[in-house]
Design a protein around this ligand. Sequence first.
Ligand SMILES: [Zn+2]
Length: 313
Amino acid sequence: MTPAVVRRTLKLAGLEVPLVEVTGSGDGPVLTVIAGVHGCEYASMAGVRRWLRALEQRALEQQELRGLVRAVPVLNMTAFAARTPFVVPEDGKNLNRCFPGNPDGTLGDRLAYDAFSQLISGSDAYIDAHCGDMVEALQPFALYEAGPAEAHARALATAYGLPYVIRQDKGPGRAVSGTSSGAAAEAGIAAITAEAGGCGLVEEHAVAMHVAGLNAVLSFLGMTDDGADRQPVRPPTYLERFLWLRCRQAGWWQPVVAPGDVLADGQVVGTVTTLDGAEVLETITAPAECVVMFLTSSPAVADDGLLIGLGAT
Ligand SMILES: [Zn+2]
């Protein structure tokens, strides 16, 4: 028996979502991969698309694949169509704050519910592929959750091959909740959020990072035998805290640091000024020794607007 590829359309919250299933020739784990939880994160979508073509080629060439891959290249269909960053346009909700979802809620809640119950639930491993959204510049990293599946998730995050791996716990300092990988982790699934790319671009180096990461995950999970001839990956830097800084009031945000910069405690990361540039409303500083994981690249920030995400030990 050779691997079989089935392309179909899944109805999730009434939306037609493309799904590709690749069934291996032997027994193995169920790996679910979703991109486009955020509708303008193109590098991660492009990575999943390219990886799926390679999996199809693998099936054509009758190469070994064990287990089942389920992959969605774009989940947040209406945000993708409308080019709406961060949120589901119909209800203004960030889909990656809605998991595991609610069947009686608004579109974002229902889409999260259907995606979780029909795709993520029952998986042995889950990859949520992201990048910076339309107005976010980003240093590639992977996130995993504290909890019962932590050890496996940390190994999965390491296997993806990005330069930083951040552990998130449920403590009061947590940046966000309701993420798809967080809900998967709660259900005992080895799950990560993998981030590479940003700013609404389809940059080759970021796309290639996702493709390499997904292939490495197949090998890590024992679904392929490709690991032996792969170059050894440089181990990532492990970080324990994910700190998000916000401004007090709306204005013009001007960062003076870049993704990947290593910052000292108290170092200035940028300013928020009045729109005429005459007055500094706020000078933003690093709350600890840290690395810039992502930053808002647009100068336009709202009251309590997200400015920058930092990884710290
Ligand atoms: Zn995202």
